[in-house]
Design a protein around this ligand. Sequence first.
Ligand code: FES
Length: 364
Amino acid sequence: MSAPPPPMSLLAELTHRCPLQCPYCSNPLQLEPRTQELSTQDWKRVLSEAAEMGVLQVHFSGGEPMARPDLPELVAHAAKAGLYSNLITSGVLLHAKNLQELANSGLDHIQLSFQDSEAESADHIAHMKGAHAKKLEAAQLIKAEGLPLTLNFVIHRQNCERVPTMLALAEQLGARRVEIAHTQYYGWGLLNRNALLPSRAQVEDTEKVVAEARVRLAGRMSIDFVTPDYYADRPKPCMGGWGQRFLNVSPAGNVLPCHAAESIPGIQMPSVAEGSLANIWENAPLFRLFRGTDWMPEPCQSCAFKEDDWGGCRCQALALAGDATATDPVCHRAPDHDLIAQAITERPETPPPFHYRRYGNDKV
Ligand code: FES
């Protein structure tokens, strides 16, 4: 398959450092150390190359991107290059001064994550005392600064009953948009699956609550909702199709089609040190590996939905079936679909303790 048009957005994972220890962290199990992080100049070149190849927006992410003191400089560079910038942050390092610097640098939007609507549970999930209170302060500062605000809640069996109060909190804090996203189960999420996986009844309840809220809040606040694919018949089109819509750059400069691609063994990870983003997007073997439909095994190859779901999630196929080329086990036609049924059946009545993601102590 020839390369598709350039991606709309770049996910710039500036660092894996983070004061929070969430058990569903989307970063890889092996976190990249500070000493391997790209320099300010490297990131500026990456941002310029992204703009030149046609990328429209950059999401500054992590870890916690505010752990990088050069963040305002990078935001200013993105603005100069004509990129719309979004900061994905936990908010715990945000205060009036650095927020002002970011706003003055041209930051366009902030997405603030919350672990729950109740402080005690939120701090338990983040494994950081006082984190929730800091996030509430951050949200108020962001609103006072006049920056558009999206709130993000990752939900699971230990907090999904509180989706109504999460939505109320988002409304109260003046968010324009709220994301209610069920945990996805690879990386840290898979490691903590028994502690996080909701029951079918819990999933159905959250769907109902969100559907009602969408009607009630129409025109005032948008709600994005991500369901857990363990309870779906068909897999999700992960990343909108491999190498088709998204570009990630890891803290050390690896260029990836998704945040978990580094888990695929035996693959040479393209690096920003070796070539331009445009060349990597078009030609790197990693990006061509699962692009399009030619790579698909049966039953995907003859499936009518193969250009809807693009074969689901390669990293999930690897994590569950041990083979990144396998049919995503979430699909009801997959040879390994019983692994999903088994995970749901074996879900313990009482959730086990979290295995926290600790930067600098990420042995699993
Ligand atoms: Fe890598 Fe889904 S997370 S393909």
